[in-house]
Design a protein around this ligand. Sequence first.
Ligand SMILES: Nc1ncnc2c1ncn2[C@@H]1O[C@H](COP(=O)(O)OP(=O)(O)O)[C@@H](O)[C@H]1O
Ligand SMILES: O=C(OP(=O)(O)O)[C@H](O)COP(=O)(O)O
Length: 407
Amino acid sequence: MSTFATIDDLPADSRVLVRLDLNSPIEEGHPQDNRRFERHAETVRELADAGHRVVCLAHQGRPGRDDFTSLAGHADILAEHVGRVVGFVADTYGDEALDAIDALDAGEILLLENTRMCDDELPEESPEEKAETEFVRTLAAHVDAYVNDAYSAAHRKHASLVGFPLVLPSYAGRVMETEYEANTAIATREFDGPVTMVVGGTKATDVIGVMDALDDRVDRFLLGGVAGELFLRAAGHPVGHDVGEMDLFDEQWERNRELIESVFDDRGDAIRLATDLAYVGEDGGRAEVAVNDIDEKTEGFLDVGSETVADYEPPIRESDAVFVKGALGVFEDERFADGTVGVLESIAETDCFSVVGGGDTSRAIEMYGLDEGDFSHVSIAGGAYIRALTGEPLPAVEVLEAAADRQ
Ligand SMILES: Nc1ncnc2c1ncn2[C@@H]1O[C@H](COP(=O)(O)OP(=O)(O)O)[C@@H](O)[C@H]1O
Ligand SMILES: O=C(OP(=O)(O)O)[C@H](O)COP(=O)(O)O
């Protein structure tokens, strides 16, 4: 059981700052609806129905990346799920934001601009330093309480996640409560047979550190996505080619090279890498190549190949538990969905304990008509849930717990 206070403890008629995680896939500049909106809408609706004035904070993407956008479109999607108007101001803590907060009536909802557009938000610093920032001090003076519902971002020491609990009465929202409880129970669960982790996606920096820390809990790792290509590089294959403006490979390789090589040296026998990869062929369709036939780094690989999908099926079938973090390919494009969908189908066919995590990855379940009931738990958290598996505390949860002790 958690030791934080929840919104059941929130005093009546509060003006409350609520941190959500609406970080979503962006297509042609527009956020795509996903289960993060649906889940957070429950907390927001409950607060508004109870007569609180609700000021929402959230982030989208990372500066310099294509997915770094305004939250204007997010407000519309959130409103649809909540069933109430959600006002939006393109400001984080300036006069426009403060006037809109002050003008809220009971039951009204406001979403402020992307927290990462504010300089105080991102550098990872201690909660004490974050609590001193102008962003936190200014907003805190205009509200009565803080609610953190963003379990999926709780592994980040950003101002909107760790600063407010030091200066405001603080509570966990419904998503924070349920995700915390589910993921903590999973982290402490014992399994009799082999435990497998499917590791993919773009955030290699997050997953490689966790692979190292999960040394004694996971028996084998099945790799794909950007993380998988970085390990293929460590194995001497010339893969991992940056396409467009997204610097996914070279920067992450430089940053993690030593760790990747050391994890590979220590756990090489537990790590399964793709034996073939898929790319855009000359006719614009999906083409595949065996990893051993790749001589130079000329292609951007967007999925694992069909031989790899077949290779990954037996270890999944023999597992007692399978954890998924990150997609094995760019499944949003049907041509490159085979790896992600193939692995999810293999898991769905077994009766092992299974968890699928990640805001993007969990979306593949509904996009490709898989049945959520075939998985033990589908989490809207990715990095936070695998961090929880290591037993390491999440900074944003720790400050909520400390706040409850003081309240
Ligand atoms: N080889 C690849 N190159 C570029 N993007 C990839 C590749 N493989 C997977 N992806 C992308 O990874 C995304 C999921 O990454 P990530 O954010 O790490 O996971 P999640 O949000 O599920 O935690 C998917 O949207 C998918 O398009
Ligand atoms: O989407 C998120 O994490 P996830 O991709 O690990 O699920 C969170 O919003 C954290 O975002 P960040 O990884 O850009 O800090």
